[in-house]
Ligand binder design. Structure first.
Ligand code: SF4
Length: 465
């Protein structure tokens, strides 16, 4: 997919002018929020359960290298071929290689953000395979030639009428109601499952102590992608490991309630190796690709490592007033909403995401909604800080702030030459200052704050006397 994070401002302005999009988003995010609220209202001891889920994820991050090695050992012992990929290109080459070696012609895929992240579909198509997304929302966006616009509801931006039109145009099939449209997609995909040589899925969790891969879903398409074709490739980012099955159970208590408002998702598959002799189903060959793609670097940053706790429930996305207004595509890459703004900034080159951390009002609705207690506004502020430090203006500001005399001299000069900061706002190469000045009236610096403060203190003293 084309990455348009550099056009984030323009994307959001365009989205704000799209009244239909806002109506669809408003309806869908309200629906998710009300389902979640209803599920949490009857979730006894929810704070304790959320704390347990967070503890399980924190344990995983604090013991990551050790747990990943244990996962590799136990998965290999169960018959899984484990591969490591440093970046997206390596993962694409690895998986395309597996497809070529096995003469794969048709691939069915379960919904997975990680394969979107690495652009796997295009790579498999270049390797000569036909690739089908089998999650209903993913199927819709694939037919439309679009990227997903929500972590758990990829086609959230599409109305029923738009989907009916799409099915008519791309599949030549007519349906109007949601059950009719779902049936049409089911019929179209059923033959793909039966013809598939390879199934590709993401991983919700991988359990180090057993070498198992856990997949959570509601449609049954992921289970079919792992059982119909003879070959299954599961792709996980390295933070998806958990230490024990008990930890996985703690996470599973929090995830569906926060995501879709269900006590438990309709299908939870725990796969420990490929099909064994005497077993009725399962892929004959199973591969697990463990991908870094920048996460080790994130893990080493104390201000931002918390982003890796995320289990992609989407609660923060639904709660976000910015997402509710502009939708997922405005963010310009596959992740959207508060956690998307953080992840896009961490996983893409900084020059591509300079505006992304500013797409947030810092209202805190995301942090309040997150079952894992992730503090998105804090991370977005840290990202803004890093951008300022990396820019010429930020470096100058830091230098002056460390030397009070130089600071006062510079402020005095600015007061004399450019008291209203009009010149400063027009200087090239200062995008942060420009953006600030464009939407705000800057206070005049005719009298520096320090001088005004001193004058205030003096007048108070006189008043006291
Ligand atoms: S940051 Fe929290 S609320 Fe948002 S998707 Fe991740 S786990 Fe869910």
């Amino acid at each position: 997919m084309e990455v348009t994070t550099r056009r984030f401002r323009q994307n959001t302005e365009d989205a704000c002018r799209n009244g239909n999009l806002r109506a669809v988003l408003d309806h869908a995010t309200r629906y998710f929020q009300s389902k979640r609220a209803a599920a949490l209202a009857v979730f006894d001891g929810r704070e304790e359960h959320f704390a347990r889920a967070r503890a399980a994820r924190l344990t995983a991050l604090s013991r990551l290298p050790e747990l990943l090695e244990q996962l590799e050992q136990n998965a290999s012992a169960a018959g899984v071929r484990v591969h490591w990929a440093t970046d997206a290109a390596e993962a694409r080459a690895l998986i395309s290689g597996i497809a070529r070696e096995n003469g794969v012609r048709v691939v069915v895929k379960g919904k997975s953000m990680i394969t979107e992240e690495i652009g796997l579909n295009e790579a498999l198509q270049s390797a000569g395979a036909e690739v089908w997304e089998t999650d209903l929302g993913e199927f819709i966006v694939q037919l439309a030639g679009e990227a997903p616009s929500h972590i758990i509801a990829p086609a959230i931006h599409k109305s029923r009428a738009e989907v009916a039109e799409l099915f008519q145009e791309k599949l030549g099939l007519t349906g109007q109601s949601i059950p009719e449209l779902t049936l049409l997609a089911r019929q179209a995909l059923r033959e793909k499952f039966l013809a598939a040589d390879m199934g590709v899925t993401g991983v919700n969790m991988a359990v180090a102590e057993t070498g198992s891969v856990i997949l959570v879903e509601n449609e049954g398409n992921i289970r079919m992608s792992t059982t119909c074709p003879p070959l299954h490739v599961a792709v996980m980012s390295l933070e998806k490991v958990v230490a024990t099955l008990e930890d996985a159970a703690d996470v599973l208590r929090a995830l569906p309630r926060s995501a879709t408002g269900q006590r438990m998702s309709s299908y939870v598959s725990v796969l420990t190796g490929p099909r064994k002799a005497g077993e009725a189903d399962g892929a004959k060959q199973m591969h697990l690709v463990i991908l870094d793609n920048g996460r080790s670097k994130v893990l080493a940053d104390p201000a931002l490592a918390e982003a890796l706790l995320c289990f992609r429930c989407g609660a923060c996305v639904n709660a976000c007033p910015v997402y509710q207004t502009v939708g997922g595509h405005a963010y310009g890459w596959i992740y959207s909403g508060p956690i998307g703004a953080v992840l896009n900034s961490l996983l893409l080159p900084p020059d591509d995401t300079r505006d992304t951390p500013y797409g947030c009002t810092l209202c805190g609705a995301c942090a309040q909604a997150c079952p894992l207690g992730i503090d998105h506004p804090k991370m977005l502020l840290a990202l803004r800080q890093q951008l300022r430090t990396g820019s010429g203006f930020g470096a100058l500001h830091t230098l002056l702030a460390r030397h009070p005399l130089a600071y006062r001299a510079a402020a005095g000069t600015a007061c004399a030459v450019d008291p209203d900061l009009n010149l400063l706002a027009r200087l090239p190469g200062l995008p942060g200052v420009k953006g600030f000045a464009r939407s705000r009236r800057l206070p005049s610096l005719k009298t520096p704050f320090s001088a005004r403060f001193r004058a205030l203190q003096t007048s108070r003293r006189k008043g006291d006397a």
